[in-house]
Design a binder for this molecule. Structure first.
Ligand code: SF4
Length: 583
């Protein structure tokens, strides 16, 4: 089975030291990305850690597919203990950072400790003898700096592009619990508040610079004009086939991104609206995929990806310019807030990117507030709230704690699972997705189990499922969660659905498909065991609404995974759990 190359780089912010060590064989067997990060986190983060304390750690890694020339592979995973959910959480961001991490020569990066002043860390290409070259730069000039200002600063002082930078905005510095880490200016490690962990560590930015390895990986030209041979991996023809199909696909996502599903979600009653009090929105025409496409002014993509589904958008009249909004942002800042003008949603998206916040969690908590003051549809108030949240000003300070911690003070319902605010694809209609929201180790997020494509359906008729009811769905959800854990480790974008088939996935990773699913299961189980050790159990796998047959389906899900009926992994919290997971 393929896995990432290069050592683990550990950056100690307290001591301002950088060290490397080879990845142990049983650790590297977790491939890369989320799998590798999870294994490292399980071994190295104390179970009782304070998410915003110095003992919490952040792991960054991309996957072995970044060494190929294949589409869908330009993404990265970041893993930490979330200040939003209090459990382990992996976030995934696109953009171009992945190729610069590979270019610097590392398999994974670990960030530990905390600085006593705001710091940037610059990682350069690893020396031939394996020594790291890392600069620790105090950046008092970047206090309260917005994301694009951070990129501009490192362009001026270090000659770096935004794609070399992962940074926080003011929201991260202020430890907003759903602050994101941004890269390539507009791509977010969004879910779970990893930006607040950076902020608590006084880490404004980490940059990666070094393209020797990347050039060898892609066979591209060096600055001297020579063409370096690719890293010594022989890729199957499937890699080229995937790339060609990504380039020639006529998918609507290439024009509208995930916003292409907005009207369908509305038609089938799966579009949360007015802070989840409704499941369709009468103003959907104003925030549809067509409206987004009208504002798109050029193509956008991630490293190596010919599918190019990203959405650089601009509104000439207002001057708003952003990337997106994707479907989830359209839901959180559009229908859920009672907003029916795509330009207003674009402005919310632009603000969240610049200030460094997850658009879903921020949009949901803003919608909650709008409900409490009976101001749905008030775009001016929305934009003002986004700024106040990022700076923790006035009511923004309470809202910066997120829906789960703030809802009681506003007399609102708690629309979260494990403290994670809901994304779209409403589980009250798409019942299998609802079960997936409950079981996901990172909480109410659609991409963890990603069951909704079966239920709209967005897949072929042979795979489509009746959205109503849960009968027969737990085994399929387990398989999908496991497959997604593999994709997050490879790292392969989930929008490769239909192109990266099971057979191709096995060929690309040089593995048996069943072995891959088993690995995915071990990753999910390690996350679960970590969370169990922090007190999570069945009582955390709950929904704020009822689905017929939910409790029986949940028990079936646990039984398939070999877990206890209380939602715990046998032997969790004991030293042998990694071995248990290997069984
Ligand atoms: S499909 Fe879209 S999100 Fe996925 S890697 Fe390609 S451009 Fe990025």
């Amino acid at each position: 089975m393929r896995h990432v190359r290069g050592p683990l780089l550990t950056i100690d912010l307290t001591e301002r030291t950088a060290t490397t060590e080879p990845l142990a064989e049983d650790t590297a067997a977790f491939v890369g990305g989320r799998g590798l990060n999870t294994r490292l986190a399980y071994d190295r983060i104390p179970f009782d850690v304070d998410p915003l304390g110095p003992a919490n750690r952040v792991f960054l890694s991309t996957g072995p597919m970044q060494y190929s020339r294949t589409s869908y592979t330009g993404r990265m995973a970041a893993t930490t203990v979330s200040p939003l959910t209090n459990g382990i959480c992996s976030s995934n961001a696109g953009g171009f950072l992945s190729r610069n991490v590979v270019g610097a020569g590392y398999g994974a990066v670990e960030i530990v400790g905390e600085s006593d002043e705001l710091l940037a860390v610059h990682v350069r290409e690893i020396d031939a003898d394996g020594s790291p070259t890392v600069e620790f730069e105090p950046v008092p000039d970047l206090v309260d700096a917005a994301v694009s200002a951070v990129s501009d600063r490192f362009a001026d002082t270090h000659g770096l592009a935004a794609e070399h930078v992962a940074c926080i905005g003011p929201a991260g510095e202020n430890e907003v619990r759903f602050a994101s880490v941004m890269t390539s200016d507009t791509r977010a490690f969004g879910r779970g508040g990893i930006g607040a962990v950076f902020g608590a560590k006084n880490l404004k930015a980490i940059t990666f610079d070094g393209d020797g390895v990347a050039q060898r990986a892609t066979g591209s030209r060096t600055s001297s004009g020579d063409t370096e041979p690719p890293i010594d991996i022989e890729w199957p023809d499937d890699a080229e086939d995937v790339h060609r199909e990504a380039a020639t696909s006529d998918s609507i996502m290439k024009r509208q991104g995930t916003a292409s599903v907005t009207e369908l979600a509305n038609e089938v009653d799966a579009l949360p609206s007015y802070y989840f009090s409704e499941t369709s929105f009468e103003g959907v025409a104003g925030i549809s995929g067509d409206r987004v496409e009208e504002k798109k002014y050029k193509k956008g993509t991630c490293s190596q990806c010919a599918f190019a589904c990203k959405l650089p958008t601009r509104d000439e009249e207002s001057g708003v310019e952003t990337e997106g909004p994707e479907f989830e942002t359209v839901m959180a800042f559009g229908s859920n807030a009672g907003i029916d003008d795509i330009v207003d949603v674009m402005r919310s998206n632009e603000l969240c990117d610049e200030l460094g916040m997850d658009t879903i969690s921020c949009g949901d908590v803003v919608s909650m507030y709008l409900e409490s003051v009976d101001e749905f549809g008030n775009a001016e108030l929305v934009h003002s709230l986004v700024e106040r949240i990022a700076h923790r000003e006035g009511v923004g300070d309470e809202l910066a704690e997120g829906v789960h911690r703030a809802h009681e003070a506003f007399g609102a319902a708690d629309w979260t699972v494990k403290g994670m605010p809901f994304s779209g694809h409403d589980g009250r209609t798409l019942n299998g997705q609802g079960l997936g929201f409950a079981t996901a180790n990172r909480g109410a997020d659609h991409m963890y189990g990603e069951f909704y494509p079966y239920e709209y359906p967005l897949v072929g008729t042979d795979e489509a499922l009746d959205p109503s009811g849960l009968e027969g769905k737990p085994p399929k959800l387990v398989a999908k969660e496991n497959r997604n854990a593999v994709l997050d480790s490879a790292v392969i974008c989930k929008f490769s659905r239909g192109t990266v088939t099971d057979e191709r996935l096995a060929a690309l990773l040089d593995a048996d498909y069943e072995d891959l699913l088993a690995l995915g299961g071990r990753i999910v189980e390690l996350e679960r065991a970590f969370n169990n050790a922090r007190g999570f159990d069945r009582d955390d796998d709950t929904l704020p609404y009822e689905i017929d047959g939910f409790e029986a389906a949940l028990s079936e899900y646990y039984a398939i995974r070999g877990w206890n009926d209380d939602g715990t992994v046998p032997g969790y919290g004991e030293g042998g759990i990694a071995g248990v997971a290997d069984d």
